[in-house]
Design a protein around this ligand. Structure first.
Ligand code: NAD
Length: 430
C-alpha cells in the first residue's frame, strides 16, 4: 500500500496538533500530560494457522487514548505498514472526534500488521478471532467498542463478535459496530462516513453561497468513505472529475479522470473489495489513467482526501489548484501541519478530519445504542439523526471559528479538547 516517507510519524503529528490547542486553551500541565499520551496501550502477538498448515505470527495492537466521556471507540485497521505510533495517533484523533460531535464515547484504535490481499478468507477469519482472544479482557460493550477501518469489513466484525460472545457466553452485539445489517448492524452505517463528509461540504457551501450543483470535486481513494461521499455529492448535483486508488498489481496508485464526471456505478462494477479499480476496464470505459498523485492537482472546487494519512504535505501542497475552495478530510490525518499552514494562508476552507469524517463513529454510536437495546431503526431514521448531529457539530465549529478567528481545524480541536479536559477534571482525575 502507500509508502509514507520514513520521517513522517502520525503520533508526533497528533501530539503537535494537540500541543498547539493546549497552548491556546492554556490547559494545566497535568491535563496536558494526561492527554498527550494514551491512557492504555496493548501490543500483542496473534498466531494464526495458515491454510497450508504453517503458523504465522502477526503483530496486533489496541490503544485506548481516553475514556473520560464514555467507553472507548475506534476501528481496527489491517495494513502492512501499521505501527503502534499510527494506532496511537488514530486513537487520539478518535477521542477528539467523539467529543466534537458530542457523543458519549472515548477514543481508541486497533490494528494488525498484515496485508489481507495475501490472506484467504479463512486465514482472515482466524486472524480476527485471534485478535479478539488476545484482547478480550480489555474490550467489551462498557469498556472499548471496536469497529471497521481500512481493509476491515462487516464480515470481519461479525467474526470478532462471534469470538467475543463465544468466550464471554451470551449475546452482546454492543461489543462491536460495523456489523452486517440483520446481524445487529445498523442501516445507514455503510453510507455514514461518506454521507457525513458531504453533509459538512453542503453546510460549508451554504455558508459560501455556492450551490452544490455548481461545483466539481476530485477524490483520493475509492473505498467505503470515498464511494459514499461520491454517491451523495453527485445526488446533490456535484460532479466528481477524478478519483484515485491503490493498484495492488502495480504496487502504486493511479488516478482515473473523466472530465464530464465519473459514473459511480460504472466504476463500482470494476472495483475489488479493497477499493482498487481495474485499470484495463477503466480505460475501456473512457477513463484517462494518470499517476496517483494527480487527483490533488485537478482544477476543481473541492478536494476530498479519503484514503490514507499524510497525503497533502509540504511536498505536495503546492500542487493544489487555485480554484480549490474546500478540502473535506474524509481520511484521518491526510494533511500535515506544514501543509495546513499553507492552506490556511491561501484561504482554503479545510473541514478537518475530526469533524468531516465523524459520521462513521456517530453512526457506530447509533449502532451501539440499537444493539444494546436490541431494537433497530429504519435507514431514514438513522440518516436523519446523522444529518442533525453532523450539521449541529459543523455549525458549532464554524461559529467558533468565525467568532475567535480560528481555522476550522483549530476551532474543532478547541471544542473537543475542552470537552475531554473538562470530563477528566469532573471525574477528579487531575
Ligand atoms: P477502504 O479500505 O475502504 O478504502 C481505502 C481506499 O484508499 C481504497 O480505494 C484504496 O485503493 C485507496 N488508497 C490506498 N492507498 C492509496 C494511495 N496511495 N493513493 C490513492 N488511493 C489509495 O478505507 P475507508 O474505510 O474508505 O477509509 C479511508 C480513510 O477514511 C482512512 O483514513 C480511514 O481511517 C478513514 N475513515 C474511515 C471511516 C469508515 O467508517 N470507514 C470512518 C472515519 C475515517
Amino acid at each position: 500500500m502507500t509508502k509514507t516517507p520514513r520521517a513522517y510519524n502520525s503520533f508526533e503529528m497528533a501530539q503537535t496538533q494537540f500541543d498547539r490547542i493546549a497552548d491556546l486553551l492554556d490547559v494545566e500541565p497535568s491535563i496536558r500530560e494526561l492527554l498527550r499520551h494514551p491512557l492504555r496501550e496493548y501490543s500483542f502477538a496473534v498466531p494464526v494457522r495458515m491454510d497450508d498448515g504453517s503458523v504465522r505470527v502477526f503483530r496486533g495492537f489496541r490503544v485506548q487514548h481516553n475514556d473520560a466521556r464514555g467507553p472507548s471507540k475506534g476501528g481496527i485497521r489491517f495494513h502492512p505498514q501499521e505501527s503502534l505510533d499510527t494506532v496511537r495517533a488514530l486513537a487520539m484523533w478518535m477521542t477528539w472526534k467523539c467529543a466534537v460531535v458530542d457523543i458519549p464515547l472515548g477514543g481508541a484504535k486497533g490494528g494488525v500488521v498484515c496485508d489481507p490481499h495475501d490472506l484467504s478468507m479463512r486465514e482472515q477469519e482466524r486472524l480476527c478471532r485471534g485478535w479478539v482472544r488476545q484482547i478480550v479482557r480489555d474490550v467489551g460493550p462498557v469498556r472499548d467498542v471496536p469497529a471497521p477501518d481500512v481493509m476491515t469489513t462487516a464480515q470481519h466484525m461479525l467474526w470478532m463478535l462471534d469470538e467475543y460472545e463465544t468466550i464471554e457466553g451470551g449475546r452482546m452485539p454492543g461489543f462491536i459496530t460495523g456489523k452486517p445489517v440483520g446481524m445487529a448492524g445498523s442501516l445507514g452505517r455503510k453510507e455514514a462516513t461518506g454521507y457525513g463528509v458531504v453533509f459538512t461540504i453542503r453546510e460549508a457551501l451554504k455558508e459560501m453561497g455556492i450551490p452544490v450543483r455548481d461545483t466539481k470535486a476530485a477524490v483520493q481513494g475509492f473505498g467505503n468513505v470515498a464511494q459514499y461521499a461520491i454517491d451523495l455529492y453527485t445526488q446533490m448535483g456535484g460532479v466528481v472529475t477524478c478519483v484515485s486508488c491503490w493498484d495492488q498489481k502495480a504496487q502504486t496508485s493511479f488516478a482515473y479522470r473523466k472530465t464530464s464526471g465519473v459514473v459511480l456505478e460504472e466504476l463500482q462494477a470494476m472495483t475489488d473489495s479493497f477499493g482498487g479499480i481495474d485499470q484495463t476496464r477503466a480505460r475501456e470505459a473512457g477513463y484517462e489513467v494518470l499517476p496517483g498523485e494527480e487527483w490533488l492537482a485537478r482544477d476543481v472546487d473541492i478536494l476530498i482526501p479519503a484514503a490514507l494519512e499524510n497525503q497533502i504535505n509540504a511536498d505536495t501542497v503546492g500542487r493544489v489548484a487555485p480554484r480549490v475552495k474546500i478540502i473535506a478530510e474524509g481520511a484521518n490525518g491526510p494533511t500535515s501541519p506544514e501543509a495546513d499552514a499553507v492552506l490556511d494562508e491561501r484561504g482554503i476552507f479545510v473541514i478537518p478530519d475530526l469533524l468531516a469524517n465523524a459520521g462513521g463513529v456517530t453512526c457506530s454510536y447509533f449502532e451501539q445504542v440499537q444493539s444494546n437495546m436490541n431494537y433497530y431503526w429504519t435507514r431514514d431514521e438513522v440518516l436523519g439523526k446523522l444529518d442533525l448531529k453532523m450539521t449541529a457539530a459543523f455549525v458549532a465549529v464554524s461559529d467558533l471559528a468565525r467568532s475567535r478567528k480560528l481555522s476550522m481545524r483549530k476551532a474543532a480541536y478547541v471544542i473537543a479538547v475542552d470537552r475531554v479536559a473538562q470530563a477528566c477534571r469532573d471525574r477528579g482525575w487531575v
